[in-house]
Design a protein around this ligand. Structure first.
Ligand SMILES: Nc1ncnc2c1ncn2[C@@H]1O[C@H](COP(=O)(O)OP(=O)(O)O)[C@@H](O)[C@H]1O
Ligand SMILES: [Mg+2]
Length: 308
């Protein structure tokens, strides 16, 4: 299964080109397209009302819009449940009360999005391609960075937890056997729930990171023939390099006879930033963007050849 991400500045055509890519690939493969942008327009592009559950468009193309609010809630609920089982004494604290505030914590939206991606990759193995239409650059880079950041944190937490367990063991040895009424805190690594949970999380994020950096993931950067979109693409490319994520295609979208000179200039700059990455030019289509016929996902040019 291959995973495709479309990134770029707002309005450059990420949703349009990810829809076009999904449609073109679905002529030959089984494809699921998922919108991660809180401001969804996938449904408008395919002229269908979409829900959080995947919806059939054709036998080989399914569509889904991720409900970020619901996902955030589910994510927080799960974490709160895990906390309450790992730290049983926390049950006296009613964590549900914090829920309404916690959902606005920095980073929660990014974790929720990442969970959405992770769940989709895990549950939808029947598809040959999963195409993710992403939100604007900042949020996208932040959630793509999360697995790596999380791995660093978890490794640190594992060390701290191991030190705690060692101290507990020392105390246990000094005190000697306890009477039945006393609570013994876990001190060996195998039976400690917190450590087990940390190891599980570590494994999950390692796998996800490996998947995102691996040969079956392809990130496309979409831009337009203008300087603002060039600047934003440069930031994106730097971010992807830092995170060692695989940029595989550049898409110069909305090219016309009038802006062709600028298109060449911008493409030249993009190519000098990344060597050997293929570039496709997509013309600005006129006339086909008709609401009644709704073929917004139809573009004439085959943009799939570098990502098959
Ligand atoms: N190749 C194209 N030709 C004509 N219009 C386009 C093309 N690509 C995108 N558009 C239009 O540009 C607008 C923004 O596109 P969209 O895909 O929603 O951008 P993004 O998802 O990057 O915010 C939409 O109105 C879309 O119909
Ligand atoms: Mg969009």
């Amino acid at each position: 299964m291959k995973i495709l991400f479309f990134t770029g500045k707002g309005g450059v055509g990420k949703s349009t080109l990810s829809a076009a890519m999904a449609w073109q690939l679905s002529q030959q493969y089984r494809v699921l397209i998922v919108s991660l942008d809180p401001a969804h327009n996938l449904g408008d592009i395919f002229n269908m009302r979409l829900k959080d559950k995947k919806t059939r468009f054709t036998d080989s193309l399914y569509l889904k819009e991720i409900d970020l609010k619901q996902l955030t809630k589910a994510y927080l609920k799960k974490e709160i449940d895990v906390l309450s089982t790992s730290y049983r004494y926390l049950q006296v604290l009613n964590l549900d009360n914090y829920f309404s505030v916690l959902q606005y914590s920095p980073g929660i939206e990014e974790y929720a999005l990442l969970t959405g991606i992770e769940n989709t990759i895990r549950d939808e193995k029947d598809f040959d391609f999963i195409v993710f239409d992403t939100p604007p650059t900042g949020l996208t880079l932040r959630f793509l960075a999360l697995p790596k950041i999380t791995i660093h944190w978890i490794e640190r937490l594992i060390t701290i937890r191991q030190q705690i367990l060692k101290k507990r063991y020392t105390i246990h040895r000094i005190r000697g056997p306890l009477s039945n009424s006393e609570t013994v805190l876990d001190y060996d690594e195998q039976s400690d729930r917190v450590l087990t949970r940390l190891h599980d999380l570590h494994q999950t994020y390692e796998e996800l990171n490996k998947k995102l950096q691996g040969p079956d993931t392809a990130i496309s950067v979409v831009f337009n023939p203008d300087r603002l979109s060039l600047k934003e693409s440069a930031r994106l490319i730097d971010g992807l390099k830092d995170l060692q994520l695989p940029l595989r295609l550049l898409l110069d979208n909305k090219v016309t006879d009038e802006n062709i000179k600028m298109a060449e200039e911008v493409e030249g700059c993009m190519k000098s930033m990344v060597h050997g990455i293929p570039l496709e030019r997509v013309p600005l289509a006129k006339g086909i963007f008709d609401e009644r016929t709704s073929t917004l996902y139809h573009i004439e040019k085959d943009i799939t050849r570098h990502l098959r």
